[in-house]
Write a protein that binds this ligand. Sequence first.
Ligand code: BG6
Length: 513
Amino acid sequence: MNTEIQGDGSTGESRVSDPITIVIFGASGDLTHRKLIPALFVAYAQGLLPETFTIVGVARRDYDDEIFRGMVADSIKEFSRLPTDEKAVQNFVGHIRYHKGDISNSATYMQMKGKFEDVETYPENRLYYLSIIPSLFEVAVESLQQSGLISPPSSKHWTRVVIEKPFGKDLASAMALNAALLRHLDESQIYRIDHYLGKETVQNILSFRFANAIFEPVFNRSYVDHIQITASETVGMESGRGGYYDEYGAIRDMVTNHILQLLCLVTMEPPGDLSAEAIRNEKVKVLNAAKLDIREDISDAACRGQYGAGISKGNVHIKGYREEDRIDSNSQTETFAAMRLKIDNWRWAGVPIFLRTGKRMARKATEIAVQFKVPPLQLFQHVECEEDVCDITGIKPNTLIFRIQPDEGIFLKVGTKRPGMRFVVEDVNMDFSYSGTWNKSLPEAYERLLLDTLHGDSTLFTRSDEVEAEWRVVQPILENLEKLKPYAYPPNAWGMPEADWLFHGAEGHWRNE
Ligand code: BG6
């Protein structure tokens, strides 16, 4: 990991030197349109792509090079993070080609092999990006291998394959997919992408923890009361997503990848160095120690919800999940999930870890809140009255909040004496915000991750044992879905009250701020 953010919001990444062919399977899809093409364009505009490169879009649609180039130009204009200059866009689309074909048909790969004989146009260092439905991952890799489109790791030219999520549907299918991929590829050639790891604020968790001597000594069971990780979204089902989502749900869509990655970064031990293997070894270790905190029953440790219908402020009907397009009207798929974990190691034994995610929630917010214990002696208690109700208020615990998005930053809540004659201690924020400090747009996650694949840096990608360890954490929930029927919650809410039961009646509660 050697990236630096420059004052202009670009990364301090060096230019890729190898001539490359980037093949995007699923070229007519939303991810290609919104994320991959704009990210590649930004890399190009910043001079980070090599002089010789070709991007090949593969899909079934009846396009040709010209039509696809027009679509690429539109994607850039609509979604590029940087201002677009027409000349740069035209130069960039000159590197684009289209290959029409069905991913499940071996003829597609044989025809591609024929085209790729022209190594001037299609350089032999190849990145295959599988932005396709998961059921086709295996067939795509197998067909690439059988058509001679994969070079062995020892060869002069490299082959790398990027696999989008979801990687499997449970532990068994993730293991089977790993085994299938590893029949045709070496682990070093596989890049399992989790776009959260490309976010600047997510990478900063490690820097914050291990570059500052003052926090690490208190990141353990002696000082931390509990940790909460929240990824809440206000969106429901984006158009066209219903089919996929109803099959997967919030646990598989968000927890077994993004949220567990956040958990790893905030709880792992310091790696010996910043190499991909050292960092990933530590992540696997902490994932293997993480377990659902089941005391008597699975419902002690997990809870599922599904948003119902409602009325917006403007009196407009908000569809319930089951009314959404391509969703089964009796669906039992969760759009909200909350769980309580424990980490069985010396650092975290006895510290509850709460995770939650949901669609149609009150606010879009992804954050990690590390709540510390209150001081052993309550010196500063005072009486606080609201109208005629008075309460004895003690000191509130310090909380360290990593705000991943939006309002990216890090905040520390500390108690401070309120100015006045009495000793009244009040919570204030010590904060660092990216926008206040750098005032520049942060690189998009896909910009960073695509460049890493081209440089052959797999630090921010999930290793085979890591992905299996992620599934292992949630597997008891997947085996007990019947017992964990989703509770209904209203749209634009923080989920449902049942999620508070995970605190087991103790003082804590979800941070709904
Ligand atoms: C994706 C999920 O991986 O992440 C989506 O499939 C979710 O359901 C999205 O909306 C959230 O990403 P971000 O970057 O907006 O937090």
